[in-house]
Design a protein around this ligand. Structure first.
Ligand code: 13P
Length: 210
C-alpha cells in the first residue's frame, strides 16, 4: 500500500475503533511501518477524528519529520516495531476489558487471559505478558516492552492497557479487537468452570494458522 492509502486506512480504522467504544476521548495511539519511516497518530488526538494529512511522520531514526507532534508513546511503538521486524503496525488502546485484566493480573503473569477461543490464539498468540506499570509516555518502558515483544505479539501494560502488533495495520486492529473481546469473555466467565482449549488444541491452531 502507498503511504497515502495507509493514511486513509488509519483514519478509517481509527474512526471505526472509536465508534465501537474501543477507545474514548484521546486515548490510544497507532503506528504503521513505512519503507522510509513510520506513521503515528498525533499526541492528544482522538482516534475518532484523525486527519490524514496531520498524522505524524517519523523517519527511520524515529525523528519527527512531518504532520502534528507524535504520540507521547513513541517509545512503546518503537520498542515493538524494532523487536518484531515482521510487524507492520502497532495498536495501543485503553479498551475497558483488557485494561481491567491488566489491573487484576500479577506482574509475573504470561497468560492472564486463558485460551478460551480459537481466534484469541490465532490473532493474539500463546502468551500475553504483563508489563509492570509505567507512567504514560515514560521512556523507561521501552526496554521491558522490547524484550517482551521479541516473544509475544501482544502484551498488557499493568493498569494502563493493551499493546498489540500485527503484520499489517488491519491485522493489528483485528488482533486488538480480538484481545478486547477475549478479555471480556474471560471476565464474564471468571469464577465459573470454563472449558479452556487444551495445549494440543492451541498447538494445532498455531501450526495451522501461524
Ligand atoms: P497520546 O495522546 O500522546 O497518543 O497518548 C494517549 C495514550 O493512550 C497514552 O497511553
Amino acid at each position: 500500500m502507498t503511504e497515502s492509502e495507509l493514511r486513509d486506512l488509519l483514519v478509517e480504522l481509527g474512526a471505526s475503533l472509536f465508534a465501537r467504544g474501543y477507545s474514548v476521548g484521546s486515548a490510544g495511539n497507532i503506528s504503521v511501518r513505512l519503507q522510509d519511516g513510520y506513521l503515528m497518530t498525533p499526541t492528544n488526538s482522538s482516534l475518532g477524528r484523525l486527519k490524514a494529512d496531520r498524522i505524524s511522520k517519523l523517519d527511520l531514526e524515529w525523528n519527527h519529520v512531518g504532520g502534528d507532534k507524535p504520540s507521547k508513546e513513541v517509545f512503546m511503538h518503537r520498542a515493538v516495531l524494532t523487536a518484531r521486524p515482521e510487524a507492520g503496525a502497532v495498536v495501543h488502546l485503553h479498551s475497558t476489558y483488557a485494561t481491567a485484566i491488566g489491573c487484576l493480573a500479577g506482574p509475573e503473569d504470561t497468560a492472564p487471559i486463558p485460551p478460551l477461543t480459537p481466534y484469541f490464539v490465532m490473532r493474539v498468540g500463546r502468551t500475553l505478558p504483563v508489563i509492570r506499570y509505567y507512567r504514560p509516555g515514560d521512556a523507561a518502558m521501552e526496554n521491558d516492552i522490547h524484550e517482551a515483544a521479541k516473544e509475544a505479539r501482544a502484551m498488557l501494560l499493568a493498569n494502563h492497557g493493551p499493546v498489540v502488533s500485527g503484520k499489517t495495520l488491519v491485522d493489528a486492529v483485528y488482533a486488538a479487537e480480538e484481545l478486547e473481546e477475549s478479555a471480556r469473555l474471560a471476565l464474564m466467565l471468571r469464577g465459573q468452570p470454563a472449558r479452556e482449549l487444551t495445549p494440543e488444541q492451541v498447538d494445532d491452531l498455531l501450526r495451522t494458522f501461524g
